[in-house]
Write a protein that binds this ligand. Structure first.
Ligand code: ZN
Length: 268
């Protein structure tokens, strides 16, 4: 493991001494991928504290805001740590006033309206001006799917279709990270659902679609925040407990719909 250090992480968040036991980071360029923070600063801070020293870059798959009560805090952290970030559909809905909110359910629309009033102009401009997808030597990063930023990859059919697009249009990319569903998933799945902290070997059987799950509003029945660590060869899930009660208190105090607080306790 190369002695990478990210001093700004330590300064900003007082990193806890954590280490990843189940993976050998022989390869350089360890990075983290997070998604769907949704204004939940308690969860974001816990995730950042959990990251090991060797993490060089944190990629964010979008939806930094919407739902949670701390949109500016989350956006400030993303900007301070210079995370390469995608504009998610909620980021766009909040910052592009021409967005048709009829596509959103009433609770999501209420959160968009509330967040519009809270978000600083600087943070709005930042989120509005991010790309809709990103690519590095090792990976593709999208919000919804390879072919459409608003598509939900929710079943094996949509996964297979997007794997075909990935293979066709990005033949040298071994993995595409996506979010939007708030559900941890890997396709094709090497050993059933990828939800138990498994390590995925990227050097065989790919290309893969990997959803790291949501930092700020998980919907797969797990209440912890999740993200992934990766390098050129492997991906591993990390599960992080955070102060759910505090996040709920802030949501209620903000006057946001109660349901947005309640769901954090059940991960739905
Ligand atoms: Zn989302």
């Amino acid at each position: 493991m190369l002695p990478y250090r990210t001093p700004c992480f330590n300064r900003a968040f007082g990193r806890l001494q954590s280490c990843v036991r189940c993976i050998n980071y022989a390869a350089p360029d360890m990075y983290a991928v997070i998604s769907d923070i949704h204004g939940n600063y308690e969860a974001l801070e816990a995730v950042l504290r959990d990251m090991p020293e060797g993490v060089e870059t944190v990629y964010c798959l979008g939806d930094v805001i919407g739902y949670g009560a701390s949109p500016n805090e989350c956006c400030d952290a993303v900007r301070k740590l210079e995370m390469p970030t995608i504009t998610g559909n909620h980021d766009l809905a909040v910052t592009d006033l021409s967005t048709d909110l009829n596509w959103f359910n009433p609770v999501a629309a209420a959160a968009v309206m509330w967040t519009r009033e809270q978000l600083s102009e600087e943070n709005a401009e930042f989120l509005r001006s991010r790309p809709r997808m990103m690519q590095t030597r090792e990976a593709l990063f999208v919000h919804g799917s390879v072919r459409d930023p608003d598509e939900y990859i929710i079943n094996s059919i949509s996964a297979e279709e997007n794997l075909a697009v990935l293979t066709e249009e990005y033949p040298n990319v071994p993995v595409c990270f996506y979010g939007h569903t708030h559900v941890k998933a890997v396709a094709p799945s090497p050993n059933g659902a990828m939800n138990g902290g498994h390590t995925l070997d990227l050097r065989s059987g790919g290309p893969y679609l990997v959803n790291p799950g949501s930092v700020g509003q998980p919907r797969d029945g797990d209440t912890f925040a999740s993200y992934v660590l990766a390098d050129g060869g492997q991906v591993v899930y990390r599960f992080v407990e955070y102060d759910i009660a505090q996040a709920q208190t802030r949501i209620r105090a903000a006057g946001l719909p109660n349901m947005l607080a309640d769901r954090l306790a059940v991960g739905r």
